[in-house]
Design a protein around this ligand. Structure first.
Ligand code: G3P
Length: 218
């Protein structure tokens, strides 16, 4: 499974890249707003930093506006993927952008029917929001299960990108279900590394050796 960071915070991206765990980045208007920076320059800065795909979202909601902004996002760097909301005009834009060689990530997906339409439109990625479904008492991972099943029996080449991730289990369950990508907050990346038995075990190894009074070279 590929791991993308769901952030517009450059310091988090730099740390994730240093650890060798970041295959791409997804941004959205909320994440960029949190940084207090300008929109397009932030997407460009991230795209120049990250070797893999970087999703930048259109702000327009009409077809012409999404096409214009989509083209401008794509011009920022070769690895930019245009994030488009799941609307009729959005999926129309996805199809037209694909015809121009520009890949899309369809965002705000909350049903398998929506995911089916996004694949028919030719989206490179579909982003089902599992955490926001959990938040309203639905089973977010069930949506991933349904989409993976629908796509696996078809000729679509749309990748399932687990989004709105809240915890490491969303990532693990997504991988078990066969989703190709998870986009995760930096905090979830940190949590994926951690296990209390790892810390306890390491403390014991080091204290046992320290008790001998010898060093690495003795
Ligand atoms: O970037 C889209 C998605 O991952 C947003 O997540 O945490 O705002 O529901 P969240």
């Amino acid at each position: 499974m590929e791991l993308f960071l769901d952030t517009a915070d450059v310091s988090e991206i730099e740390q994730g890249l240093e650890w060798g765990m970041v295959d791409g980045v997804t941004t959205n208007p909320t994440l960029i707003a949190k940084q207090g920076k300008s929109y397009l320059p932030t997407v460009k800065e991230i795209a120049e930093l990250v070797p893999g795909p970087v999703s930048g979202e259109v702000l327009a909601t009409d077809y012409d506006g999404m096409m214009e902004q989509g083209r401008r996002l794509a011009e920022l760097a070769d690895n930019v993927v245009v994030k488009v909301p799941l609307l009729p005009e959005g999926l129309r834009a996805v199809k037209a952008l694909k015809d121009e060689g520009i890949p899309s990530n369809v965002t705000l997906c909350f049903s398998s029917g929506q995911a089916l339409l996004a694949a028919k439109a030719g989206a490179a990625y579909i982003s089902p929001f599992v955490g926001r479904l959990d938040d309203i008492g639905h089973e977010g991972m069930e949506l991933i299960n349904e989409i993976v099943e629908i796509y696996s029996g078809s000729a679509y080449d749309t990748k399932v990108l687990v989004a709105s991730v809240r915890n490491p289990m969303h990532v693990v369950q997504g991988a078990m279900l066969g989703a190709e990508v998870a986009t995760i907050p930096f905090k979830t990346l940190q949590q994926l590394y951690r296990h209390p038995l790892t810390d306890i075990g390491l403390d014991r190894f080091l204290s046992d050796w320290a008790a001998t009074g010898k060093t690495f070279d003795d």
